[in-house]
Design a binder for this molecule. Structure first.
Ligand SMILES: Cc1cc2nc3c(=O)[nH]c(=O)nc-3n(C[C@H](O)[C@H](O)[C@H](O)COP(=O)(O)O)c2cc1C
Length: 502
């Protein structure tokens, strides 16, 4: 029994450029696949390199489909596939038991789950299944694309963008989690060779996984590994019935086969393989299913759209009324992490953020006292002072408070006041950039914020109450929470009025 994660003895893989096998043999007693010549040809020698298509059309004219009819038949009777099992042997046995021999040109569409099982791509779920799942997702991911609560859409090592990196707990015993095959194209090539060796037929293999799609509800199967056929069919340069030349059309036919085969395979695991007959495959160009992965420089949605990125900035609005919904502490931490990416002079890190929790009431009270004192000194009477103080209520209403701080560590000393002031102003604007980053990041988390000046005007009170170093300079307070209502439209501003050219 061969370990499917290492090449089999014959070790043959799809070889690009291998000449097409002339003609295919229609198995006696079975109808020939549509479009398949019935001229007998020598059967594929067991173990011989297989890499070219059957004698099916290699190029359609004028965007015509490669087949006029297809037959898709589920292949059941596998039993439990275990690590180390020879998948080609299992498929060959199921074909034999099913009494419906494969013919040259067939496409075997194989659920990745049984490939993963045979290749031992399993991890124990352990006592804490969710923790094991998250750890497996981390290990399988190269990039997080999107996250909502525990749901993570990530890019896998294969370049696939999938929920949970394809880590799956379905159709597997509760003690285990299945990972996608390490190299599904190689797995497909091995299976194809194994089938050629055992059954003497030239089949293509498509390994599938199930995925959701942005903008579309529902899951569909797609191809993650392909051997023995080209995964993409290009119609570029062909001319339609109206004389229009097709400029862009490339069809992901391996994905179409995967989705079509899922109609007979289903999701309950009893039928992990389907045989597609009558499909006019293109010669194997050696690019496997990897060719279906859009390179990042062609991906208009890699970081969301340009429009979405712009909206992330413009949709930050000052929010003064908050709902009672709790604020996720992790979201605050993520926003602070974004704040720390702001520009700052001399490679310094002039920002600190104090999340005020226990000392919140003491702080607000001390700040109100300090403000009242200032107003009394200004000559306001008690009623006027009271009215003014009530304007500070936004901080009382905000579910969370963050005090951004400026630290001047690393500021250059100057002997004169002009440059000393300029240096401090430079740090002040840098801290402003950090706070703006914080507010924008909070907005991307769906959190509203209000940056109010308050602590700027009573720095000593704040450092004393919050027990901070006296050299730390608070630069206001940010109230944070879920907005009670959508923000009103922003007043329009014309860049021309703010942009000068000299
Ligand atoms: C440094 C700074 C101090 C601010 N202080 C207050 C304040 O004390 N009270 C308040 O309600 N808003 C305050 N704001 C928020 C502004 O009023 C708000 O940014 C402005 O109205 C524009 O609205 P927008 O943020 O939705 O674009 C402050 C903003 C900044 C940048």
């Amino acid at each position: 029994m061969s370990d499917a994660t290492t090449p089999t003895a014959s070790g043959t893989t799809a070889t690009p450029g291998t000449p097409a096998i002339p003609g295919t043999t229609a198995t006696p007693g079975l109808p020939a696949a549509p479009g398949t010549p019935t001229t007998p040809s020598p059967p594929l020698a067991p173990g011989a390199p297989v890499g070219a298509s059957a004698g099916t059309p290699t190029r359609t004219r004028r965007g015509e489909p490669p087949s006029t009819s297809l037959e898709i038949v589920g292949l059941a009777g596998f039993g439990e596939i275990r690590p180390g099992d020879d998948l080609a042997e299992a498929v060959a046995a199921a074909v034999t038991a099913g009494g419906r021999p494969l013919v040259d040109g067939d496409v075997l569409v194989v659920t990745s789950k049984i490939v993963s099982k045979a290749e031992g791509r399993l991890v124990p779920a352990g006592a804490d299944r969710e923790a094991a799942r998250q750890a497996a997702i981390d290990a399988e991911s190269v990039r997080e694309v999107a996250r909502r609560g525990p749901t993570r859409i990530v890019e896998t090592r294969h370049g696939l963008v999938l929920a949970s990196a394809g880590v799956d707990a379905s159709n597997i015993s509760g003690d285990w989690l299945a990972l996608l095959p390490l190299d599904p194209d190689a797995s497909a090539a091995r299976l194809r060779t194994g089938i050629a060796t055992r059954l003497g037929v030239d089949v293509a293999v498509v390994i599938t996984d199930t995925a959701g799609r942005p903008w579309r509800r529902g899951l569909t199967d797609l191809a993650i590994g392909v051997a023995g056929m080209a995964a993409l069919r290009s119609h570029i340069g062909e001319v339609d019935d109206y004389g229009n030349e097709l400029g862009m059309t490339e069809v992901a036919e391996a994905d179409e086969l995967a989705a079509a085969a899922d109609l007979v395979k289903g999701k309950l695991g009893a039928t992990p393989v389907a045989v597609v007959r009558g499909y006019g495959r293109l010669p194997d160009d050696g690019t496997g299913a990897r060719v279906l992965v859009r390179p990042s420089n062609e991906d208009m949605f890699r970081l969301g759209t340009l429009e979405a990125r712009r909206a992330a900035l413009t949709e930050r609005r000052t929010v003064r009324e908050f709902s009672a919904d709790p604020v996720d502490p992790a979201a605050l931490e993520r926003a602070v992490a974004v704040a720390l990416t702001a520009p700052a002079p001399h490679h310094t890190t002039p920002w600190r953020f104090v999340l005020v929790t226990e000392r919140r009431d003491v702080l607000l009270e001390a700040m109100a006292d300090a403000w009242a004192q200032d107003l009394r000194r200004d000559g306001f009477d008690a009623a006027q002072i009271d009215r003014r103080l009530r304007r500070g209520d936004v901080l009382h209403r905000a579910p969370r408070l963050i005090v951004p701080i400026m630290v001047l560590d690393g500021a250059h000393p100057y002997p004169d006041e002009r440059r000393t002031r300029a240096e401090e102003r430079m740090f002040t604007v840098a801290v402003g950039a950090g706070v703006q980053n914080l507010l924008v990041a909070l907005a991307t988390e769906g959190l509203g914020s209000c940056w109010v000046s308050s602590t700027l005007f009573c720095a000593e009170v704040v450092t004393r109450v919050l027990d901070l170093p006296p050299t730390w300079i608070p630069v206001g307070t940010v109230g944070v929470g879920h907005p009670a209502a959508p923000a009103p439209p922003r007043p329009p501003r014309s860049p021309a009025e703010f942009l000068l050219h000299r």
